[in-house]
Design a protein around this ligand. Structure first.
Ligand code: ZN
Length: 203
C-alpha cells in the first residue's frame, strides 16, 4: 500500500473523535496497511488512523527494536477495560516531530479490540512497559486527545514545543487526573530523594 502524510499538531482534524468501524472491510484492511507502512517509514512505535487523516477507530503499534523481527499489532474498535497504577512516561508523537515531554500514564492496562481479520482479542500490558504506554497514547488519538493533554509540567512542554516550531499546549485541554496525579507526585518525590542521596554520596 502506501506511505501517507502524517497530520501535524495544530491541524484541527487531530482533535476530532473517530468513528467505530462497522465491518473490517477491504477498505479498513488497506487503511491498516497504510498505517503500518507509514509507521515503519517514520520509525515510530504507534500510529492512529486520525494521524493520517482517517477518522476511524483504528491504530497500530510495533514495540520491536533493533534486530528483533517486526511485530505489528493492530487494534480496531479498541476498549480499555482495566487500568491501574501510575507511571511517568517520556513521550513523543509522530504528529509532534522530535518533541518529547513527560506525561502521566497508567502503568497497567487491559485492552479489548479486533485484529485485522476482525477477530476479537484481549491484551494486557503491565509495569509501565512501552506497550502499556503506547496503547494509552494511541487510544487517546481516537478521541481527539493528545499526549500533551496529560502533561506533568506544561511550562517545560511549551519550551519543547516552541523549540520545534509547534503551537503551545492547549491549556483548556489538559486533563484533570486526580487518580494519577497523587501517585505521580509520590514518584517524583522519591526521585528527588534518590538524587539528593546520590549527590551527597558523590560529594
Ligand atoms: Zn501520537
Amino acid at each position: 500500500m502506501s506511505i501517507r502524510k502524517v497530520v501535524k499538531y495544530g491541524e484541527s482534524s487531530l482533535r476530532q473523535p473517530s468513528k467505530e468501524v462497522h465491518k473490517v472491510s477491504q477498505k479498513i484492511k488497506n487503511l491498516v496497511e497504510d498505517l503500518l507502512d507509514t509507521l515503519y517509514a517514520q520509525n515510530g512505535v504507534g500510529l492512529a488512523a486520525p494521524q493520517i487523516g482517517e477518522n476511524y477507530r483504528v491504530f497500530v503499534i510495533d514495540v520491536s527494536t533493533g534486530n528483533e523481527p517486526l511485530n505489528p499489532m493492530v487494534f480496531i474498535n479498541p476498549k480499555i477495560i482495566k487500568k491501574s497504577g501510575a507511571v511517568i512516561s517520556h513521550e513523543g508523537c509522530l504528529s509532534f516531530p522530535e518533541a518529547f515531554t513527560d506525561v502521566k500514564r497508567y502503568a497497567n492496562v487491559m485492552i479489548k479490540a479486533l485484529d485485522s481479520h476482525g477477530r476479537s482479542f484481549v491484551l494486557e500490558a503491565k509495569d509501565g512497559s512501552l506497550l502499556a504506554r503506547a496503547i494509552q497514547h494511541e487510544f487517546d488519538h481516537l478521541d481527539g486527545v493528545l499526549f500533551i493533554d496529560h502533561v506533568i509540567n506544561r511550562f517545560e512542554a511549551d519550551k519543547v514545543l516552541q523549540e520545534h516550531n509547534l503551537p503551545p499546549v492547549e491549556v483548556d485541554k489538559i486533563l484533570d487526573e486526580p487518580e494519577l496525579t497523587a501517585e505521580i507526585e509520590e514518584i517524583k518525590a522519591k526521585q528527588v530523594e534518590k538524587e539528593t542521596k546520590e549527590s551527597k554520596e558523590n560529594a
